[in-house]
Structures are given as structure tokens and as C-alpha cells.
Design a protein. Structure first.
Length: 231
């Protein structure tokens, strides 16, 4: 049994560094194309299918089964494609303030209007590059200065095309148990949008009193949730 951790937009596998030591099972943090171990990928060509393939490749490389698949934020639109690729390897899905728009829509259309403006201003030549000041406001509202600085140091460029690609949520129709971790102080994927995602998924729900980057700002709290699900 293992945890497989999928990061959201503008981050890599290292966003899970604070969380992993608190987990009571093997944990694999995946780098999606364009950052970390997959930094050589051309961000201008990355698709959601490429992201799902990266997760599948890493799970199969370690021959993991009985996986608790944990997706944060934008990973909410990667996970259903993973479920279609390797359903027999996945035991439970955990979505941490995960973006789950209506099927066959675009993520960009579902973002809160105030946040959408910041996102659109951060796109240049097909690359989504978060401004540290804007990222601090959206992501770090529950952090002290040191933790904020550490979080912002991990920002990575991302593919803007992923925000406008039509999502395929058919994988969520599979009978795999799922839990949504609802972050009550999230200023990035705000309350209304989290509730829309929850309504689409009909998951079990667990509330955490944190901002968007719970794995960094409150790793022990999030680990307690994940360890309970795993056990």
C-alpha cells in the first residue's frame, strides 16, 4: 500500500516535502511534465493526457498497487484520466481542495473571477508564470513569513494550455471511493468553487482549517487525514 501524491499547477513534487515524513506508508510524489524530474518537457505542448501518463509511468515503474491517490488543486482534472488508465491499482482517491469543473468544460471558465484575472495576467507565450506577490495572496494566507518564502521559492512555470483544455471526467464514474478535503481558509480555490466540485463528486468530506497549500502550512493535520484513510 502506498500514497501517490499529485501536485497542482505551478508546483512540482517538492511541494509535498513537509508532508511525506508524517505519512505512515510509502509515498511517491510525482513530477508532472515541465518541472522537477520532468523539467525537459516543452510546456507549450503539455496536455492533460501527458500529465496522467506521467502518473501512470511512475506508479508502474515502482509496481505500486492498492494506491491511495492524492491530488491537490489542479490535479482534480488529472486524476480521472489516471483512473481510466490504471483503475485496478487505485484503492482510494483523496482530493485536496481539488479543481473539478463540469465535464467537457475548461478549468479557466470555472475559476473565481478575481483569481481568473490574476491567472490570465500571468500567461505569456503559452506559459503560466505566477507572480510571487499574487501567489502569496492566493496561496500563503495562513503562513508565517518563513513558510511563505519557502513556498514561493518552489513556484514553477506551467502550461497555460492545460487551463483551456476541455476536461474529461469520465474516470470519476468508476466505483473507487473518494474523499474531498475541504480547506476552509482557501483563498485560491474559494469556498463556492470547492462546493461546486463537491456537488459534482458526491465524496466523503473532511474539513481542514487551512489555506490552499495545506501540505506546507499544516502538514501534520493533512497527514492525520491521509493516514486515517489509508488505515
Amino acid at each position: 500500500m502506498a500514497f501517490v501524491l499529485i501536485h497542482g499547477a505551478s508546483f512540482g513534487a517538492n511541494c509535498w516535502d513537509e508532508l511525506i515524513p508524517h505519512l505512515r506508508a510509502e509515498a511517491l510524489a510525482v513530477d508532472l511534465p515541465g518541472r522537477g524530474s520532468r523539467a525537459g518537457a516543452d510546456l507549450g505542448t503539455v496536455t492533460l493526457a501527458d500529465c496522467a501518463d506521467a502518473v501512470r509511468e511512475d506508479i508502474e515503474a515502482k509496481d505500486l498497487h492498492d494506491v491511495v491517490l492524492v491530488g491537490h488543486s489542479f490535479a482534480g482534472v488529472t486524476i480521472p484520466r489516471v483512473l481510466d488508465l490504471i483503475p485496478d491499482r487505485i484503492r482510494h482517491v483523496v482530493l485536496v481542495s481539488a479543481v473539478v469543473p463540469p465535464d467537457r468544460t475548461r478549468v479557466l471558465d470555472q475559476i473565481d473571477p478575481a483569481v481568473r484575472g490574476l491567472v490570465e495576467q500571468s500567461i505569456t507565450d503559452g506559459v503560466y508564470h505566477q507572480n510571487p506577490e499574487g501567489a502569496a495572496a492566493m496561496l500563503c494566507n495562513d503562513m508565517d513569513e518563513t513558510t511563505t518564502a519557502s513556498t514561493l521559492d518552489r513556484l514553477a512555470d506551467d502550461s497555460a494550455a492545460l487551463l483551456s483544455e476541455t476536461v474529461d471526467l469520465s474516470g470519476y464514474q468508476r466505483p473507487i471511493p473518494r474523499t474531498y478535503v475541504h480547506l476552509t481558509r482557501d483563498q485560491c480555490y474559494v469556498e463556492e468553487l470547492q462546493q461546486r466540485s463537491i456537488a459534482l463528486l458526491h465524496p466523503d468530506i473532511i474539513d481542514l482549517d487551512t489555506g490552499h497549500m495545506a501540505m506546507i502550512s499544516a502538514p501534520e493535520k493533512l497527514a492525520t487525514v491521509l493516514n486515517t484513510i489509508h488505515d
